[in-house]
Design a protein around this ligand. Structure first.
Ligand code: ADP
Ligand code: MG
Ligand code: ZN
Length: 563
C-alpha cells in the first residue's frame, strides 16, 4: 500500500506503535500533510518529533530535518531505523564515504527522513543536493536557536529563511519548547514563517513539583534533598561553572550517590560516555552546566536541581522540564541566595556589548528573581511568563506550605542607612558580609580596623539572625532597592528606589520561609513587623488570592504587588 494513502493515525499505530495522538499532534500533522507551514510550541517531552516524522512519511519525498543536536542524530536515526523508517543523517561526525552513500540514497528517493546539521545544510554542496532530490517538508527543530537573545543561539539558524525562498512550495514546520510571546515572534519573523499557523500547547507540567529554597550550605542541602526525597532516583543537577560541576559530582559520589559530571571542558569522549550512561543506567545523577540536556529524551528523570540561580525563567523552565517526562511525580528544586543575586548582577554589569543587551539580561534576571521571591503560587508565576493563566496549583512549595510575608521596612531602612552612612561619612563601600556584621554588632577584626563600632548603625540589627539579614539584602537586591556597585568586588550601593524606602515612602513586604519561624524575637524594634499568612480561602482561586492580596495591601497601606 503506498504510504500516501495511509492516514496519520494509521502511521502512528503501524510504524510507531502508539495508540492515539497527544494534544495537538493530529491537527499539526494534518496541517503539514496538506502542505501548510506551522510553528509548534510544545513543552519538552510533549511529542514534537512525531509532528514532522509522520508528515514526512505521509507525503511523497524526503523530510529534511534541521537539528543542532549532532550528538543525538545517530541515536535518533537508529531508533527510526529500528521502526522500519528509512532515515539517515549528514553531519561532521561521519566520514566522506558514508556521507556520499547518504547523498545517493536521498537522490534515489530511498529516504523518508534526512537529519542535517544547520552548518552543513547551508553549504552550496548540500543546497545543490537538495535541489536535485524530492523534498516532502523542512522541519526546523529547536527553532529557538534562531534567537540571538537565548543561550542556545546558533548563527547558522539565521540563514534558514533562505529555505522559503528556494523552496516556496515545500511546507516548513518549526518546533521549539521555548515559548514566550517575544521568542515566538522572533522565530516567526527570522524564519520567515509569518503566515504559518501557530500551535501553542499548554506549558503546564502538573506532575512537576516546584520548590525554591534559601541557600545556606548548598551541597549539604542538595544531599539532604536527594537522600530525603529521591534516594536511588535518576536526576540532573545544574550548576553555573565547570568547577562547581566537578566539585559537586565528587561530593555526591563520596556520599554514596552515583554522580557524573558533564560540561564543555570535558573531552567529547567523556561527555558522550557520561551522557550515554545517564540515558541507559538507573539511579544515576548527572551534575552539569547548561551545556547538558537539550534534546535528551529520558522519561524517568525524577528531579532536576539547580544549585545556582538560572539566568532566565525560560532557561529554568527548559531545564526543569527535563524532569518527569513520563508524567509521574517529579521535583524541580532550586537553592538560591544573596550571593547569586550579587554575582549575577555583577556579571551582567561587566558583560561586554551594547546597553540594550545588558538591559535585556537584567530584565531576564528580574523575572527569575520575581519567581524566586513570589509569595504566590510558583506555577502561576512561571506560566504567566508564558502568557498562560492558571489557578494556584496545589503542587508547589508556596501552595503546599504558604510562606509568611512580613513587614521588613524597618529592617530595610537599617541596612540601607548603614550603606548610606558608610558612604557619606566615611566614603566607604562594603559587601554584604561586613554590613551584616556591623548591623548585628559583631566586633570582628574588620569592624575594629575601620572603627565601625563607632557608627550609629552599629548593633541596631542584633534582633535578626545573619541568615535573616541575608534574606533582607537578597530581596532588596532582587527588587533593585539596592545595587551591586559598578566598581565590582560585590560592594553595595544605593539606588533611586532605596531613597524612597529610607524616606519612608515605601513599605516592604518580604517573603519568609516557613522553617525560619523559630527565630528569636527579643528586641522591640520588630514591633512594626506584622506576620501575614496566606489563608486557605485565598488559595481557592486566582480571584480569591487577588482579593486577599488587595485587602492586605490596603490594610498595610502598600501597593498590592509587594504582597
Ligand atoms: P519533544 O521533542 O517534544 O521533547 P519527543 O518528540 O522527543 O518530545 O517525544 C517525547 C516522548 O513521547 C518520546 O518518547 C515519544 O516517543 C513519546 N510520544 C510522543 N507522542 C506520543 C504519543 N502520541 N503516544 C505515546 N507516546 C508518544
Ligand atoms: Mg525534540
Ligand atoms: Zn502552586
Amino acid at each position: 500500500m503506498p504510504a500516501t494513502l495511509e492516514s496519520p493515525l494509521d502511521i502512528l499505530q503501524r510504524v510507531f506503535g502508539y495508540e492515539s495522538f497527544r494534544g495537538e499532534q493530529q491537527a499539526i500533522i494534518e496541517h503539514v500533510v496538506e502542505g501548510g507551514d506551522a510553528l509548534v510550541l510544545m513543552p519538552t517531552g510533549g511529542g514534537k518529533s512525531l509532528c514532522y516524522q509522520i508528515p514526512a512519511l505521509a507525503r511523497p519525498g524526503t523530510g529534511v530535518v534541521v537539528s543542532p543536536l549532532i550528538a543525538l542524530m545517530q541515536d535518533q536515526v537508529d531508533a527510526l531505523t529500528e521502526l522500519g523508517v528509512r532515515a539517515a543523517f549528514l553531519n561532521s561526525t561521519q566520514d566522506w564515504r558514508t556521507a556520499r552513500e547518504v547523498e545517493q540514497a536521498f537522490l534515489d528517493g530511498e529516504l523518508d527522513l534526512l537529519y542535517v546539521a544547520p552548518e552543513r545544510l547551508m553549504t552550496e554542496r548540500c543546497l545543490e543536493l537538495l535541489a536535485r532530490g524530492h523534498i516532502a517538508l523542512f522541519a526546523i527543530d529547536e527553532a529557538h536557536c534562531v534567537s540571538q537573545w537565548g543561550h542556545d543561539f546558533r548563527p547558522e539558524y539565521l540563514e534558514l529563511s533562505l529555505l522559503s525562498e528556494r523552496w516556496p512550495e515545500v511546507p516548513r514546520i518549526a518546533l521549539t519548547a521555548t515559548a514566550t510571546a517575544a521568542t515566538r515572534q522572533e522565530i516567526a519573523q527570522r524564519l520567515n514563517l509569518v503566515s504559518a499557523r501557530h500551535f501553542v500547547a499548554s506549558f503546564d507540567r502538573p506532575n512537576i513539583r516546584y520548590r525554591i529554597v534559601e541557600k545556606a550550605d548548598v551541597k549539604r542541602q542538595l544531599l539532604d534533598f536527594i537522600q530525603g526525597e529521591h534516594a536511588g532516583d535518576c536526576g540532573i543537577v545544574y550548576a553555573l561553572s565547570r568547577a562547581r560541576v566537578e566539585d559537586t559530582a565528587e561530593f555526591l559520589s563520596q556520599h554514596g550517590i552515583p554522580a557524573l559530571p558533564y560540561h564543555a571542558g570535558l573531552s567529547a569522549a567523556t561527555r558522550a560516555a557520561n551522557q550515554s550512561r545517564f540515558l541507559r543506567e538507573d539511579g544515576l545523577v548527572i551534575v552539569a552546566t547548561i551545556a547538558f540536556g537539550m534534546g535528551i529524551d529520558k522519561p524517568d528523570v525524577r528531579f532536576v536541581a539547580h544549585i545556582d540561580l538560572p539566568k532566565s525563567v525560560e532557561g529554568y523552565y527548559q531545564e526543569t522540564g527535563r524532569a518527569g517526562r513520563d508524567g509521574l511525580p517529579a521535583t524541580a528544586w532550586l537553592a538560591y541566595g544573596l550571593q547569586d543575586v550579587v554575582q549575577q548582577r555583577r556579571m551582567i554589569d561587566e558583560s561586554p556589548g551594547e546597553d540594550m543587551f545588558r538591559r535585556r539580561l537584567g530584565a531576564q534576571l528580574d523575572a527569575m528573581l520575581g519567581l524566586c521571591e513570589t509569595v504566590t503560587c510558583r506555577r502561576q508565576r512561571l506560566l504567566a511568563y508564558f502568557d498562560q493563566a492558571i489557578e494556584p496549583c496545589g503542587n508547589c512549595d508556596t501552595c503546599l506550605e504558604p510562606p509568611q510575608a512580613w513587614d521588613g521596612t524597618v529592617a530595610a531602612q537599617k541596612i540601607l542607612s548603614a550603606v548610606y552612612r558608610l558612604w557619606r561619612e566615611r566614603g566607604q563601600r562594603f559587601g554584604a558580609g561586613h554590613l551584616i556584621d556591623i548591623l548585628r554588632g559583631k566586633a570582628t577584626d574588620r569592624v575594629k580596623q575601620y572603627a565601625h563600632d563607632e557608627l550609629s548603625v552599629y548593633g541596631v540589627g542584633a534582633d535578626l539572625s545573619e541568615q535573616a539579614w541575608r534574606g533582607v539584602l537578597r530581596q532588596l537586591l532582587a527588587q533593585s532597592l539596592l545595587a551591586v556597585d559598578h566598581e565590582g568586588y560585590g560592594t553595595l550601593a544605593l539606588t533611586e528606589g532605596s531613597r524612597e524606602v529610607l524616606k519612608g515612602e515605601r513599605t516592604l513586604m518580604f517573603r519568609r520561609e516557613p522553617e525560619k519561624r523559630s527565630r528569636s524575637r527579643s528586641s522591640g524594634t520588630r514591633s512594626k513587623e506584622a506576620e501575614i499568612e496566606l489563608p486557605e480561602y485565598a488559595q481557592a482561586s486566582f480571584q480569591a488570592l487577588r482579593a486577599w492580596r488587595a485587602e492586605v495591601a490596603r490594610s498595610h497601606g502598600v501597593p498590592a504587588y509587594v504582597i
